[in-house]
Design a protein. Structure first.
Length: 296
């Protein structure tokens, strides 16, 4: 392969992708339509809002990801051919082998990169669906005067995060973190659908960890401080960790509750009334201002 041929092939790939991007940009600019909704309309965040946006962005970019993963090895292989096959004598033959090696390495790395992106999308969709499940189990509380908010945006210093669900009602304020985890093999003597909580760590059928525990506590602490600063009161925010699809066995009582979402409503309403209707509305007003930020 000559240098001129290699440059033509690589240049064509770049030219083709540039034309596609330019056409899409031009078509969007030429559309003389606009949506019928008010420009200042803002909706409340839905369950899993953050995950949904990331999943949607992945779907929109999937074609670009696949094209990139497919053409990068070709680009690397052609570039290597152009460089190494110009060597004199046996160097050109060796260069051919080196070029094939470069192509194989680039192919493997590109395939692994695309595979990681696809796995990440699958995990995020599982998390998104789990938050939807929890939201449905919280929905009946609204009939009892509770205010429910989802995917509450939060910031601490330069870090941004979100609280999956916040429930405010007569029994108090609850910051709920959702962790949806797949089931797998279990150790001898353990059921593959049970998770134990001893107040310190979670014991899954395959092993122990603290995934979600500290996050749930930090979220509750952040919300407690924010509500106190805004209202001038000292509200108590209870942390809750919920794991959809798992039977939870709490070995001891802890300030942090770990529950299946099916029992969320009974757990949240089992306490004696702590807040008045005025307090519920006051705290809810702060959260609604933070959560009503979804625009078209």
């Amino acid at each position: 392969m000559t240098l001129y041929t290699g440059i033509l092939i690589v240049g064509y790939f770049i030219f083709f992708l540039a034309c596609v991007v330019a056409m899409l940009w031009w078509m969007r600019r030429q559309r003389q339509v606009r949506h019928p909704l008010d420009n200042d309309l803002r909706l409340l965040r839905m369950p899993g809002e953050t995950q949904f946006k990331i999943i949607t962005e992945f779907q929109e970019n999937l074609f670009l990801y696949m094209v990139t993963a497919a053409y990068v090895p070709v680009f690397v292989g052609v570039l290597a051919l152009v460089v190494f096959t110009r060597l004199p004598g046996w160097g050109a033959v060796a260069g051919l082998g080196v070029s094939v090696g470069f192509f194989i390495v680039a192919f493997i790395l590109s395939a692994r990169w695309l595979n990681r992106r696809i796995i990440e999308r699958s995990n995020r969709y599982l998390g998104y669906f789990g938050e939807r499940v929890v939201a449905e189990h919280l929905e009946p509380l609204k009939l009892k005067g509770w205010r429910i908010f989802h995917d509450v945006p939060a910031t601490a210093g330069r870090a941004s995060f979100n609280i999956d669900h916040v429930a405010i009602g007569p029994s108090g304020i609850f910051a709920i973190e959702t962790k949806t985890r797949r089931k797998g093999r279990s150790r001898p003597g353990r059921k593959d659908y049970e998770v134990w909580f001893d107040g310190i760590s979670l014991s899954w059928p395959w092993g122990e960890d603290r995934h979600g525990i500290e996050q749930a506590r930090r979220n509750a602490q952040w919300l407690e401080e924010k509500l106190g600063a805004v209202t001038g009161e000292a509200p108590r925010v209870e942390p809750v960790l919920t794991v959809p699809g798992w039977m939870v066995i709490e070995k001891t009582r802890s300030p942090l509750r770990v529950v299946n979402p099916k029992v969320l409503a009974p757990v949240l309403t089992s306490r004696r009334p702590l807040l008045t209707e005025q307090q519920v509305e006051r705290y809810a007003r702060f959260l609604e201002e933070r959560c009503r930020n979804v625009e078209y």
